[in-house]
Structures are given as C-alpha cells and as structure tokens.
Ligand binder design. Structure first.
Ligand code: FES
Length: 264
C-alpha cells in the first residue's frame, strides 16, 4: 500500500473470483489489510483511475458490494461490473478507496425500507445484511431498466420481509404505499438516479420517517469521484437560498432532507 492524497489511499488489488449475476459480474478483490476496510459501509465506493495508454481515459467508479475482513483469509472486497467486463482472475489493478460516507444502521432494531434502482442497488444487499444483523425487519422496493439489472434479488428475498419490483417512475409511489402499509417502518434508505431518490425522500419526509439517500449515481459516467471536477454537484433551491452539495466529497450518503428540493 502506498500513501494517498486527500482522496484516500491508493491500493493494489488482485482479482480472486468473478461470478455472473444477471447483467453483472460480481468480482472479488484481495486488498491489503487496513483499518478503513474494517470500518467500510455500504454506500462507499472505489475509484479505479483511468489508463489513457489503454484508451481508457476516465476513471471508473464502483460501489462496494461487500467487504469481508478476516485475520486468516485476508481482506476481500466485492464490486459489480458489467458482465464480461474483462476482470480476469489474477488481474492486478490500482484503486482508491474506500471513499465517501456510507449508510449507517439504526442503533435499535427498527423496521426499515430500502429503495433502489439499477446499478445503484449494488450496495443494498450488503446494507440489508447489516440491517438484519441489527435485528431490523427490512422491506425492499427495486426498479431496473432491464430485469437482468436487478442485483441479487434472490438473496434479498431470503433476507427481507417483502421485496417489490416496479418501474423507476413508480419508485416514490410504491415507497409511499409500503410506508402506509407498514407504519412501524422507522427509517428509509434510497439509492438511484437523482429524481428517484428525491421522490423517495419526499415520500419518507411526508410520512414522518427518517431518510438517508445516496446522492451519487454511478450509472452516469463521472470525471473524478474525488471532489475535483464538480460534475456530480447537486444544486438545491430551498427557502433558505440555493446550496450546492458535492456528493462524492460530502456524501454520497446524506440526509434525505438535503435533496428534497434538488432539481430534476
Ligand atoms: S465526480 Fe468530480 S467532483 Fe464529484
């Protein structure tokens, strides 16, 4: 491991496993042990710097799908990449991470609603596992542009009280329905395109529930992921005046109230 700048440490990772999961390959990476892996949370991400010499100028950002820290077997990090993305066994790569602020879980076992769309749902299986470990009953609402893009739904069904699949424009409406049907839900989590997380945040706040959202959409190509370019900025227009939020630096997970009035 070498030291990094403000963006975080640069690490060398080795691909140890790749298995197909619908539209994705779930890739396991062996990484050097470090305290920030032990503290990693769903909602954090990795940046794989671009390689202009290979015609790959932009960095690639990947959600952490899971992190396992084992003193005997080492530290393993999972990411999901497009199926056939060329992450072959033994491939070595440099990466930055874990970056950003992830989803926390409640201190008490309160029922939770988890909402996500497409590739933004990659961290949610891990989030659900952590909620279940805390004793929280979990309800899930997912959408995807293609059925193959639902990430590990079978695993989610085994861990949760309910899973509802819908279309992206209906995420906010379905989240509202679940909140009406399950009045004991105390906390809502959302990840997806900006318009979707805003609608889910509005539904949660209207229902008086606590809400955390991921304000970064990695299905969009991004220029840096380390706070330098401003491409991911969310500008809001609240009564207190306009604000700007830079999710890759100040999030990506933020209180839902911060995106309630973000434009589409
Ligand atoms: S992607 Fe460049 S500042 Fe966030």
């Amino acid at each position: 491991m070498t030291g990094g700048g403000p963006a975080g440490p640069v690490r060398t990772a080795v691909v140890t496993l790749a298995r197909p999961a619908g539209a994705y390959d779930v890739v396991s990476l062996a990484v050097p042990a470090a305290p920030d892996w032990s503290a990693a949370r769903p909602g954090q991400f990795l940046v794989v710097p671009g390689s202009p010499g290979r015609g790959d100028a932009l960095p690639r950002l990947h959600w952490l799908a899971d992190v396992s820290v084992d003193p005997v077997h080492g530290t393993a990090v999972e990411v999901a990449v497009p199926a056939g993305g060329g992450w072959d066994l033994g491939h070595r790569l440099r990466l930055l991470g874990p970056l950003g602020r992830g989803f926390g879980v409640p201190t008490a076992p309160v029922p939770a609603l988890v909402v996500g769309h497409g590739g933004s749902a990659v961290p949610l299986r891990w989030l659900v596992a952590r909620l279940r470990a805390r004793g929280c009953a979990v309800h899930v609402v997912l959408s995807a542009d293609d059925p193959d893009e639902h990430f590990e739904v079978a695993s989610l069904r085994r861990q949760t009280a309910t899973v509802r699949l819908t279309a992206q424009p209906d995420l906010g409406r379905v989240a509202t329905e679940v909140l009406e049907q399950e009045p004991r839900i105390g906390v809502v989590y959302a990840a997806g395109p900006r318009a979707s997380v805003r609608e889910v945040a509005q539904a949660a706040v209207a229902a008086g529930r606590s809400v955390r959202v991921s304000a970064l959409d990695l299905d969009e190509p991004l220029l840096c992921g380390t706070g330098l370019c401003g491409q991911c900025d969310v500008r809001t227009t609240g009564a207190a005046g306009g604000r700007s939020l830079r999710p890759c630096l100040h999030g990506p997970v933020v209180p839902g109230e911060q995106v309630l009035d973000a434009p589409r």
